[in-house]
Design a protein around this ligand. Structure first.
Ligand code: SF4
Length: 304
């Protein structure tokens, strides 16, 4: 079985203390069973803290977040993790080891990528200059054939990726080609979506504030960020077609995300790359990382 990733993947590293929106703040972090068992009897001072700062009776056990900011109890004042500092990365639970990685599983491979809710991942993905290709990270030699449905799926996804990466055409034409391939739609008026998105579950009030400023179509994103954003969304979300989602809905969603981010980017006082990464980070946290919100948007697109 092969482990496949976008070419930028190996270059990712967590910026830890430099991170302005740490994933160790504001998110409830569940601890997998195996790690919870280890933490229950962990020796020394750090073990004592684990028994104090973890709700082992919860299902699943999780860290007890601290203060109004809801910080992980092991995130220290320098923005570093005391578990890593004291015991090494190997002592982390599965979620902390994995974040911000996502995985999609197929019969013949697993694909892994980096979620845009992490500012370091967003900067890497959006700033990647070459059309994104896939690389093999590892291969255990086990061979399995893709199913007929997966083969059809890969053909369609690869076609869409070729279309969006066709740099001989302007991005709008590439988007039109992609939408035509699946019968998708492009929404012109982002103010309609502003109202809709503001009514979904909100994690961070900064997202609603940002949405409330939408008043136009938006401006072009710097460099290859638009192409990379859409490529990322296809890689991450197209496999939902294998679970019954409509390809037209996923592609329309990817284009909607691009147009929405363009509209949000237009509001920034200074159109800098870091401002774009912050918008994309918020979008990803609020929409991609909330299954309820993501599928509500899919349903909205399907019914429109
Ligand atoms: S959000 Fe990304 S860069 Fe920030 S602490 Fe988490 S993994 Fe590291």
């Amino acid at each position: 079985m092969k482990l496949i990733a976008p070419a930028y993947y190996p270059q990712f590293s967590c910026i830890a203390g430099e991170c302005r929106h740490s994933c160790c703040i504001g998110w409830e972090i569940d601890i997998d069973e195996e790690t919870a068992e280890t933490y229950r009897t962990f020796p020394g001072e750090i073990g004592r803290r684990m028994r104090q700062c973890i709700d082992f009776d919860a299902e699943p056990p999780h860290f007890i977040l601290q203060g109004d900011e809801e910080r992980c109890p092991f995130l220290n004042d320098k923005g570093l993790c005391d578990i890593i500092l004291g015991c090494g990365e190997g002592a982390l639970c599965q979620i902390c080891t994995d974040h911000p990685r996502w995985r999609n599983f197929y019969s013949d491979r697993t694909e892994i990528g980096l979620g845009l809710c992490c500012e370091a991942a967003a900067a890497l993905v959006l700033g990647w200059e070459a059309p994104v290709s896939m690389i093999c990270l590892s291969d255990d030699g086990e061979r399995a054939a893709p199913t007929v449905e997966e083969e059809k799926f890969f053909l369609l996804r690869d076609k869409l990726l070729v279309q969006i990466q066709n740099r001989e055409k302007p991005l709008d034409e590439r988007i039109a080609d992609m939408l035509a391939s699946v019968g998708g739609v492009r929404y012109q008026d982002m103010t309609v979506w502003e109202n809709y998105l503001s009514g979904l579950e909100i994690l961070d009030s900064a997202w609603v504030e940002l949405l409330s400023g939408i008043d136009g179509e938006g401006i072009a994103l710097p460099g290859c960020a638009g192409e990379q954003l859409i490529s990322y969304l296809l890689l991450r979300h197209m496999p939902k077609v294998l679970d019954g989602e409509d390809a037209a809905v996923i592609v329309s969603f990817s284009v909607l995300a691009y147009d929405l981010i363009k509209a949000l980017f237009a509001q920034c006082e200074v159109q800098e790359f870091s401002a774009l990464c912050n918008i994309v980070r918020l979008f990803s946290s609020e929409i991609e990382y909330s299954e309820d919100n993501l599928y509500a948007i899919f349903d909205e697109i399907a019914s429109s």
